[in-house]
Design a protein around this ligand. Structure first.
Ligand SMILES: [Mg+2]
Length: 265
């Protein structure tokens, strides 16, 4: 399988999952073969996802399921980044989490006492807000009360949407925005567009010419820029070509698919 001229110029790739590698678990056209070809050439690949709903192990399993080899080290998740940040800055404190059981585990593993389901939830020291498939009004109420009492307010991302086969579903950012709107406070964001996920991925990949690949301008391209890395956009997910062309700094490439970007049409 031939390489695209663009891919030849890079030693390693940090690739977003939703909208790039897969959409709702279905690989984008040619993605599996393209990733195999890139690795067969000795180039390194890491995956960086703002999706806070699953544990790193789940993404590794999903990658294997579509035919992409992966280890825990290859996948950088925003849940892992939240855990890292909380362990360094807020261990021993209490937390209320809007998010999945996997995210609550990350917060607990950071050394915080998770108050979800207790009478003390609205008195937590830290509120962590992420996308959740089973959000209920009471979650927003507890989070807002704790934040109005002075709790630290972390969000996993500002993604307004994420791509699914039937269209764009509300993302983490939509839920973070609900809590911001009801409290007048602004969340500290841990995931993309902040550079933390890129830096963690770089730590694992090592030195080399690095290309970030994503499907959103306001998260993927912005995080690459914040980390000082080149970025390319694929059109299988959220952003349009016009949005990508309008972003500064301009992406080094805009491709119809991940496969098209890495190995050519
Ligand atoms: Mg994406």
């Amino acid at each position: 399988m031939p390489f695209s001229p663009l891919a030849i110029g890079y030693d390693q790739f940090i690739i977003d999952l939703d909208g790039c590698v897969w959409i709702g678990g279905q690989p984008t056209p040619g993605a599996v073969e393209a990733l195999r070809a890139v690795r067969d050439e000795g180039k390194r690949v890491a995956f960086a996802t703002n999706d806070p709903r699953a544990a790193t192990e789940d993404y590794v399993r999903r990658l294997w399921k579509i035919g992409v080899k992966a280890s825990l080290r290859d996948v950088v998740t925003v849940g892992g980044a939240v855990q890292h940040l909380l362990a360094e800055t807020r261990a021993g404190r209490t937390a209320f989490v809007i998010g999945t059981p996997a995210l609550r585990r990350h917060v607990a593993d950071a050394g915080l006492k998770v108050l979800n389901g207790t009478d003390l939830a609205s008195r937590a020291d830290v509120v962590v807000v992420a996308g959740s498939d089973d959000l209920v009004y009471d979650d927003l109420r507890q989070a807002a009360l704790a934040i109005r009492r002075g709790a630290d307010f972390l969000g996993t991302g500002r993604d307004a949407t994420y791509p699914q086969p039937d269209g764009l579903w509300p993302g983490s950012g939509a839920i973070v925005a609900a809590v911001e709107y009801s409290t007048g406070r602004t969340a500290e964001i841990v995931g993309k567009p902040e550079p933390q996920l890129m830096q963690t991925a770089l730590d694992r990949l090592g030195e080399g010419r690095t290309l970030v690949v994503g499907d959103r301008v306001d998260t993927d391209l912005a995080a690459a820029a914040a980390a000082g890395l080149d970025a390319a956009l694929v059109l299988t997910g959220e952003a349009t070509r016009e949005e990508a062309e309008g972003f500064e700094p301009k992406p080094v490439a805009i491709a119809d698919t991940l496969a098209g970007l890495l190995v050519g049409p």
